[in-house]
Design a protein around this ligand. Structure first.
Ligand code: PRP
Ligand code: URA
Length: 209
């Protein structure tokens, strides 16, 4: 069964509070999302296995631990997921990056795919799907389905703000995928926006609208 990890470190809560404020402009919004993504990445990678290797320090030989196991792919859901890539790449610089483009139909709120480009060895990698908003869960659930169609078996989802409805949908459709989020908000409104949320993440990141 999928585990929900709520990463509510004080630094993350503090930065997220500024992102939620409507006065925060795109430059600060982008920077805060970048910083939070790096902090969340620390927890998202916590269970990565390590292995012992022998090295020699300037003083003596010793045994140390390095990361073992599978390589990583980061997959942002366009557009807003792009804002979470660099923070993770600063922790895992050799990760490959795939892109899945989805937009929500304004009437039905259902995701529509318009782009997909993934590393050709993605099925052999631990995949971290990133999107700041988990609202109805349609976009994340569809992106994960697409990744499974490409053979991915080890997938985790990292979101900034989640609604209970979105968590429920992803867990029901993908019980093998752990969800990492900085906040679980109250509900969705009639337009399927998260309440209190932070508005439209893509528009706030890129200054559109
Ligand atoms: C937003 C957000 C998610 C999606 C979440 O993207 O970045 O991808 O909505 O909603 P859901 O959980 O109900 O599917 P949007 O469709 O606004 O596209 P954008 O990132 O290009 O602005
Ligand atoms: N997409 C967003 O950007 N924000 C929401 O609150 C819901 C979907």
């Amino acid at each position: 069964m999928s585990t929900l990890h709520i990463i509510d470190h004080p630094l993350i809560q503090h930065k997220l509070s500024y992102m939620r404020k409507k006065e925060t402009g795109p430059k600060d919004f982008r920077q805060l999302l970048d910083e939070i993504s790096m902090l969340m990445g620390y927890e998202v990678t916590r269970d990565f296995p390590t292995k012992e290797v022998e090295i020699e320090t300037p003083i003596c030989k010793t045994t140390v631990n390095i990361i073992a196991g599978k390589k990583v792919a980061i997959v942002p859901i366009l557009r807003a997921g792009l804002g979470m890539v660099d923070g993770l790449l600063s922790l895992v610089p050799v990760a490959k990056v795939g892109h899945i483009g989805l937009y929500r139909d304004p009437e039905t709120h259902k995701p529509v795919e318009y782009y997909c480009k993934l590393p050709n060895d993605i099925e052999d990698r631990v995949v971290i799907v990133v999107d700041p908003m988990l609202a109805t869960g349609g976009s994340s659930a569809d992106a994960i389905t697409k990744l499974k169609e490409h053979g991915c078996k080890n997938i985790r989802l990292m979101c900034l703000v989640s609604a209970p409805e979105g968590i429920k949908k992803v867990q029901a459709e993908h019980p093998d995928v752990d969800i990492y989020t900085a906040a679980v908000d109250e509900k969705l409104n009639e337009n399927a926006y998260i309440v209190p949320g932070l508005g439209d993440a893509g528009d706030r990141l890129y200054g559109t609208k």
